[in-house]
Design a protein around this ligand. Sequence first.
Ligand code: C2E
Ligand code: MG
Ligand code: MG
Length: 703
Amino acid sequence: MTKLPVRGDRSFDRLPASGLCMRPNPVAVVNLPVPPVALAVDDARYEPLSWISRAVWVFDIDRRCVHWANAAALNLWNAESLIELRARDLGADMSASVAQRMLQFQQDFEAGPARFDEQWTLYPKGQPQTLRVAFSGHRLVDGRMAMLCEALDERNGDPASVRSVDALLHTPVMITLYDWQARVLYRNPAARAKHPERIDQGHRFVRDEDFRTLLSQLLARGQARLVAAVHTREGERWHEVHASRCRDAASGRQAFLVSEVDVTELKRTEARAHHLALHDTLTGLPNRHYVLREFGQTLQALGRQRVSAALIFIDLDHFKTVNDSMGHAFGDQLLLQMADRLRTVVREGDLVARLGGDEFLVLAVLHDDDGELAVLTQRILTSLSAPVTLLTTEVCVTSSIGTSLFPRDGNDIQTLMRHADMAMYGAKDQGRNAVAAFTPAMKAATEHRMSLENELRHALERGEFELFYQPKLTIDNRLVGAEALLRWRHPERGLVSPAVFVPVCEEIGLIGDIGAWVIESAARQQVRWRDQGHRLQVALNLSPRQLAGTQLLDTVRAVVASTGCDPRSLELEVTESMLLGNDLHTRRLLTQLSEMGFSIAIDDFGTGYSNLAYLQRYPIRTLKIDRSFVQAIGQSSTLTEVIVMMCKALNLHMVAEGVERADQLAWLAERGVHEYQGFLFSPPLPVAEFDQLLSVTDARRVA
Ligand code: C2E
Ligand code: MG
Ligand code: MG
């Protein structure tokens, strides 16, 4: 049966595990009902069989040994005696497929009378013997099912056909031959092991249409291939099924041969990979790819049914702060909770996704008008802003929500997402923790902003930036300095205010390069005026990004080296907000700059936190009183008074900004403010006009 080896047989090791062969014509397997053979266990009961000239033996399937054999069988097995043959362990090197076949035999015999006629190769003492064997069930006295084996004839077929039959037996590929009524004509052991009993090919498919596809492909092309869910003894599995039309070699009738491979694991891996590609690993929610694919299709379907829907874009407010201050693990837990809340708060049928970071998206089908959406977004807003307790820490995170309507605000998912995103920024502009609906004006503003960004990226290389200089005077009107103020000379729009473009440059990371250009240009200008004999201190503005970055020190050193400018004649203006938090980096940087000789000024003082403590922590020389306090002079000047007193107490150099009227100047002079700048004397001027001014004013001359 298997290679049926003999202990001590030296050829045993060299032989492959494939001890069995079947006839090349697989159709030759026949199931014939036979009366159960009633034989006793003791040898005497086998007496009638002893004299049969054919080899007959009883094989103990469980113990994998010969239980009894007649003289012809002893001869066939090349055994000296029955005792010797019984002692052989025929299972020692039995291949898994042969063992499986044995179990099949046993189950078939248990199920009812059955007889199989197959071609096998035995290996008595290692020598292959190919012969036809008839197998039938035989119950041993202890009740176990064994099998009676009768050698029908010996065939030492040609090696190629013996091997091909052998391969058919051992392959894990399930091979079945069907007639055109889809009735089984033959199954190899792998197919027998997997296919449920008494089920035709049509009913093996979980989905009827798979069988119909198989048949129609077979009829049309003579062959078919599909991957389908099928019923097996192990339950539902995925099989890759190949079928081809052929003739039954036994009857010559039309038939079809089906080979199947179990691809369930592959399918599962594929499904897992597919799931991972379309879902967010943290929350398990669909991700951006999923949204673009599936939400898009959902919208198309809704469009056909003339149903409207809303896209709800949700962004958590200040999530970065939570992540930075509490750590990413905490941030992840928070996101998980927010995802759960979203899942529960939406209605049945609404789709929730995570776009990444702290951004979520909901696709909500709308049945009535605006009211429904407003209720839903309000519920989301309220649900997300409820306190979250993680371990022992409680945090409250609000969200900003933007909505766009399908089909009103867009027909495809990309447009709707873009519009909902714009609306979300609208909600942020409203102060966050708010809901905003998309409007065409938002689109115009965004487009304007995008073109601004695009143009700004090229403005520096195109030489469109320019510095204007606003004169700075002592309180008794002597011209002592100038503040460099950046202008963008836009080819179509003319001069653009820094209030418009500086924040954009900061956001898109251009301020570093532009800021360096400002420092260099201002320093060159200072040197030029100095060379012309004017002693002017030039002030320039630094942005928070420049101060936070690592380049500033290198930039100013390079500028000093290349321009020959004296740092003492440059003042660097920073705003209060840059100094909050007592950042060690800022402190070191300002100290180093001040040690190099630069003077540091606080710009727009009074508009921020006006914290006195930091004034002492940093090397600040000058304080610029914001224009709003100068404007207040004459109406409610108490605060201005306080600022002046404070500067005096701290011995700071005072510069008043935005002085427009003579009475303001008089008030400031009375209080001992040192310098001023403002429209009263002059607005910021292009260099040429400033030069003209220098030629007529009594500016300090370089000694
Ligand atoms: P700032 O540094 O406080 O500059 C003073 C602003 O007040 C200037 O506006 C100036 O034109 C304006 N101003 C001066 N006197 C008067 C007055 O009497 N009345 C009124 N109503 N306004 C007056 P500007 O030039 O539009 O600059 C706005 C802001 O842009 C600046 O405020 C500064 O924060 C920023 N900025 C300007 N240039 C640069 C730069 O090169 N780099 C950086 N980072 N920021 C700059
Ligand atoms: Mg300034
Ligand atoms: Mg200012």
